[in-house]
Ligand binder design. Structure first.
Ligand code: ITT
Length: 211
């Protein structure tokens, strides 16, 4: 049986403000005191894994060890069918600006353009199917852990549309909407209901807080 979070404090082991906002909103009903890795000044461990599960565990374990509190990490990304699943676990890396292009940091428009450029090179009638993936990992300071996987299928659109959400949201149209709105155009409450993060979170809730 999985170890349970028993109230008290939980470190949200992310330095991504978009994720932090979504995870805090999802956790709100469960009475945990959420502390962010950024606010605690925890270092960002190198994500050396080759799967979402490995990277989520690296982040959760590093935060649990450094804070001596249970920690929840999210590793997520976009897999594009026609690109053989890329960028996948390297989704954030594709947004990394090179040092000669200005301040170090991430440029999501550049990253979305890179994916679109690769798709267009494959032809105008190329399959635009993609899916967002999310693995949530909980680690306790003594090394015990649990992981939960979520997925949200959809398709890529171009040009980007919408100002809500974060990351690749403006080019991703979830299939469950069966329409044209991107994740960056729909109400955040609706994204919390249908996203890859919500799918993983539902599994976490059933396991951690279910009867
Ligand atoms: P942490 O490791 O600190 O949590 P990160 O941004 O580096 O933050 P990842 O390594 O998991 O996180 O990278 C996943 C990237 O995938 C993330 O930076 C987003 O751009 C993208 N992504 C994940 N979920 C997304 C969502 O719901 N909407 C849009 N983009 C998303």
């Amino acid at each position: 049986m999985t170890r349970k979070l028993s109230g008290g404090s939980l470190v949200i082991a992310t330095h991504n403000s978009g994720k932090l906002k979504e995870i805090s909103a999802l956790l709100e009903p469960y009475g945990l005191k959420c502390l962010s890795a950024g606010a605690l000044g925890l270092p960002e461990p190198p994500e050396t894994g080759t799967t979402f599960v490995e990277n989520a565990l690296i982040k959760a374990r590093a935060a649990a060890e450094a804070s001596q509190l249970p920690a929840l990490a999210d590793d997520s990304g976009l897999s594009v069918d026609a690109l053989g699943g890329r960028p996948g676990v390297y989704t954030a890396d594709w947004a990394q600006r090179q040092w000669f292009e200005g301040e170090p940091g991430r440029d999501w428009y550049m990253a979305m353009g890179k994916v679109e450029g690769m798709l267009q090179q494959l032809g105008s009638d190329i399959d635009r199917s993609a899916a967002f993936h999310c693995v949530l990992a909980i680690a306790w300071p003594d090394g015990e852990h649990a992981t939960y996987e979520g997925r949200c299928p959809g398709a890529l659109t171009w040009p980007p549309r919408g100002a809500l959400g974060f990351g690749y949201d403006p080019v991703f149209v979830p299939s469950s909407r069966a329409g044209e709105e991107t994740f960056a155009e729909i109400d955040p409450q609706e994204k919390h209901r249908i996203s890859h993060r919500a799918d993983a979170f539902a599994k976490l809730v059933a396991d951690q807080f279910g009867a």
